[in-house]
Design a protein around this ligand. Sequence first.
Ligand SMILES: Nc1nc2c(ncn2[C@@H]2O[C@H](COP(=O)(O)OP(=O)(O)OP(=O)(O)O)[C@@H](O)[C@H]2O)c(=O)[nH]1
Ligand SMILES: [Mg+2]
Length: 292
Amino acid sequence: MPIQWFPGHMTSARKKAAETMAMTDVVIEVLDARCPEASSNPMIRELRLARQRPCLRLLNKADLADADATKAWLDYYNRQPGVKAVAISCKKPGDAAKVPALCQSLAPHRNDGTKPLRMMIMGIPNVGKSTLLNALAKKRIAAVGDEPAVTKQQQRIDLSPRQTLFDTPGLMWPKIEHDEDGYMLAASHAIGVNAVIEEEVASFLAGLLLARYPDRLTRRYGFATDAMDPASVIDAVAKKRGCLVRGRNGEYDREKAAIVLLTDYRSGALGRISLETPASRQKALAQQIPSP
Ligand SMILES: Nc1nc2c(ncn2[C@@H]2O[C@H](COP(=O)(O)OP(=O)(O)OP(=O)(O)O)[C@@H](O)[C@H]2O)c(=O)[nH]1
Ligand SMILES: [Mg+2]
């Protein structure tokens, strides 16, 4: 089932973001380093281009992503005009501290002491926008949490008399064009639980792991993956982790096993994994027909 998620509060968040964009010098677009293109919101791009604002693309959670894939994405983005991309981990002290200087380099005219540099953090839900704000503010100003749509209101802070920063609610867009993008976003916990069937998402993830990182499954759960398909991976996880349906003699609880697999991917327990690379995306797009 294709995944779509555009809850009501995002319509007003989009409107408010368009207003704030008018008073912004640089957009900091936070992406998930494990699926940078899937996590690029076309609506954010439209808002930014309408005002011709330069963009710093942060591939955040780089600590969870495959380092080779991240390097390939940075090469890919940094060849594009008007974009600067860097990989960071907001959880690493020091990584976030580089951000204001990078923004300043994209808006050199806002450095004369009279005009403060106005930065606006945007991105899909749960990519680490508020974590970035807190890291730059050096205190816990915004609520953070490992679930989508924690932030519901914009928040402004003055980092110094010369630098202001807005945190914004995570924004999805009304229609995810490619089904695989929806699954990547759901696997990475950017989509609300009500819009997701965990077993389907875990099955997508299992297929991707079988194709690209089968050794991680063996290392984590101790089963060989030869001749397995996604459904048998979920069964094998259920077996290894003892996920049983209560009161049903030995029947495996596939939903529980799906959550185990997703949680292990999200927390990094499976190791550093990227769901897409520029090459895999190009190949997928060449084969895919957009969902109706
Ligand atoms: N491993 C890792 N986790 C991170 C990183 N940055 C943020 N997180 C975690 O990601 C989760 C989401 O962080 P938030 O800062 O609340 O994300 P957000 O983008 O503000 O989310 P919304 O407000 O829901 O749109 C939290 O559990 C953070 O601790 C990172 O660089 N690496
Ligand atoms: Mg937030």
